[in-house]
Write a protein that binds this ligand. Structure first.
Ligand code: KIV
Length: 264
């Protein structure tokens, strides 16, 4: 596979070909993930929960994200590397520019920020200055205290309309990619059809242009109960690279997510 770029993702959207995204936080897994058919590696601030053992992503710092970005870049084999801006590191457009610049200099190919239409000015400034941006909508984990828990978003007509108009406003502001987390499948389907930029889903049904999971979740590490939208790919795989390529394959052929992984 040649180096995946934003152009590659846009071409997938145009040709209705699905692509697969997984998190990685270190060079070993970055190498395995990017060599097993995954187009985009997300250096997610989920590392605050998965690696650091916190009960939310809020304690993650810019130093943490810079360190893990460098580790992932070192092991990467041609995947596009998307990196999360941690909590409160993009509260103003100026702060976003400074922190996104540092992540890009550490080797990110795209940054991800959580929020709605209020991010439009930051998105425009970043795009104008050459930084591709993914905007994360729906269940945005950095706002867990506002939501009162990790709950499905966009279930009532008012909040689903809000998500729809945020998505359109952010596309208009220049966002390169959208990511929808934990929203009813129909809401994600409507947004994906309305925008011309790629939409990545997690717990957002089968109709988004791509699917993302947290690597440790789909490898069932640690063993035990996971969120509804997670599938345990180790259940039927001989080893980790096979589990990852099975995920990539099922995303591409549309068998993942199944109805049991979706919110209606
Ligand atoms: O931080 C992360 O891993 C994420 C995914 C859950 C989408 O944002």
């Amino acid at each position: 596979m040649s180096k995946v770029t934003l152009n590659t993702l846009n071409a997938y959207k145009k040709s209705a070909e699905k692509f697969a995204v997984l998190t990685a936080y270190d060079s070993t897994f970055s190498n395995v993930v990017s060599s097993s058919g995954i187009e985009v590696i997300l250096v997610g601030d989920s590392l605050g929960m998965v690696l650091q053992g916190n009960d939310s992503t809020l304690p993650v710092s810019m130093q943490d994200m810079l360190y893990h970005t460098k580790c992932v870049v070192a092991g990467n084999n041609n995947a596009l590397i998307m990196v999360d801006l941690p909590f409160m590191s993009y509260a103003t457009p100026e702060q976003s520019m400074k922190n996104c610049a540092a992540l890009m200099q550490a080797g990110a190919n795209m940054v991800k920020i959580e929020g709605g239409a209020w991010l439009a000015q930051s998105v425009s400034m970043l795009i104008e200055r050459g930084i591709p941006v993914c905007v994360h909508l729906g269940l945005t984990p950095q706002a867990v205290n506002k939501f009162g828990g990790y709950k499905v978003q966009g279930r009532d007509p008012h909040s689903s309309e809000q998500l729809y108009s945020d998505a359109l406003a952010l596309e208009k502001a220049g966002a390169s990619v959208l990511l929808l987390e934990c929203v009813p499948s129909k809401v994600a389907q409507r947004i994906t059809a309305a925008v011309s930029i790629p939409v990545i889903g997690i717990g957002a049904g089968p109709d988004t242009d791509a699917q993302v999971l947290v690597l440790q979740d789909m490898l069932n590490i640690p063993e035990g109960k996971k969120a509804k939208f997670v599938k345990n790919y180790m259940a039927d795989a001989a080893d980790i690279p096979s589990a990852i390529s099975n995920f990539a394959e099922e995303v591409k052929n549309g068998t993942f997510p199944g109805a049991e992984h979706c919110f209606e």
